[in-house]
Design a protein around this ligand. Structure first.
Ligand code: NAP
Length: 331
């Protein structure tokens, strides 16, 4: 009896060991492309939106370690300061700053830009990273559906307000964190603001398609200025992005779903690799209007190549953000 139980125990342990080993190997494989060039960013001035957690925080950490002056543009100053302290302690780079910027409020965005411009003459890299996914229907301060408002409209305003500084700092770069979800997206020209009906997945996909359309349209407007703009998909990354998706946040899911999904998720630093490459790779200095994933150039979905929709979205975004007649309007 004793021998029988002992054998069962040994078999059980070796099966567990094999499962853990396979899961670790799958996890390793799923981390995707890595930016391996050793490029310094000494003195480069960088803004990263949503830098207090997830992909944005790892991007901030990496660039701080490379000597950049990093502005963490966040809505929650307590979380931002916590992340900043951690990054400063690790990188020994004291040029890491927390600044308030709520992308769901145009006045907050304008205040942030005003303060930044009073502190800095140049901006080398703007990283539009912040995002919200599949939240219950809610609105920005100006009444824009939140996912469209934060993921696209807020960044549209922010970027336009910085174009003058980016141009005088050229060569400079804009990096737009989009998603593979753009391939499932559709710009709802009849009900862009989801006022008649709201589907949280469709609204997220629409906002991420808007990111790619914006990137391609802006690249055309910036031709010859020395300012590049490229978009990316970071992969499926283990961050706080799913905070609004109850099914992934329950006790049940913690025990029965997460362990099975875990091997297939990138870590936040792996998810930041393509952002870092687009921000730093010297070989990309003249590359603009493109879309990357896993540190490789990728094709975009057909609906992201629709120039008519891109122009329509640009015109609506100008109207809604008030950049049409303002000094920030792109000529
Ligand atoms: N994770 C993935 O699998 C995945 C896949 C494809 C694309 N992406 C994209 O990657 C980007 C980064 O997401 P993540 O995965 O790192 O998610 P995350 O951990 O949830 O980080 C999102 C960041 O955006 C900030 N944010 C949200 N609403 C904001 C607002 N109104 N104003 C300013 N900042 C705001 C969050 O701040 P708070 O902490 O204060 O909320 C947080 O810092 C997003 O654009 C997302 O769409 C992620």
């Amino acid at each position: 009896m004793y021998l029988f139980l002992k054998n069962k125990f040994v078999i059980g342990v070796s099966i567990c060991g094999t499962v853990v080993g396979v899961a670790a190997a799958v996890k390793d494989y799923m981390q995707g492309g890595k930016f391996t060039k050793n490029v310094q960013a000494d003195g480069k001035v960088v803004i990263i939106t949503g830098a207090n957690c997830g992909i944005g925080k790892e991007t901030a950490r990496y660039l701080a370690n490379k000597g950049a002056h990093v502005y963490m543009a966040c809505r929650d100053m307590v979380k931002c300061e916590e992340a900043r302290k951690e990054i400063v302690l690790e990188s020994k780079n004291r040029f890491v700053y927390c600044r308030e910027c709520d992308l769901a409020s145009f006045s907050s965005i304008r205040d942030f830009v005003k303060q930044f411009k009073s502190e800095q003459k140049r901006l080398d890299i703007l990283i539009n990273n912040a995002g919200v996914m599949r939240c219950p229907r809610s609105l920005t301060k100006e009444g824009i559906e939140l996912q469209l408002g934060v993921n696209h409209m807020g960044h549209f305003l922010l970027t336009n307000l910085f174009l003058d500084t980016l141009k005088t700092s050229a060569p400079s770069r804009i990096v737009v964190v989009s998603s593979l979800a753009h391939t499932r997206g559709e710009i709802n020209v009849k009900d862009l603001n989801s006022s008649n009906s709201y589907d949280e997945a469709a609204a997220y996909n629409q906002s991420k398609l808007a990111n790619v359309l914006f990137t391609r349209q802006l690249a055309k407007k910036l031709e010859g200025t020395g300012v590049t703009v490229n978009a990316l998909h970071p992969g499926v990354v283990d961050t706080e992005l799913m905070r609004h998706m109850g099914i992934f946040n329950s006790f049940f899911s913690g025990i029965f779903v997460k362990p099975f999904v875990w091997p297939f998720l990138k870590t936040p630093i792996a998810g930041a690799q393509t952002t870092i490459m687009l921000a730093l790779d010297p070989d990309l200095e003249k590359v603009t209007g493109k879309y990357f994933a896993d540190c490789e150039l990728k094709d975009v979905a057909d609906q992201a190549k629709d120039d008519k929709v891109a122009q329509w979205l640009w015109a609506v975004s100008e109207k809604w953000t008030g950049t049409l007649t303002g000094s920030a309007a792109v000529s």
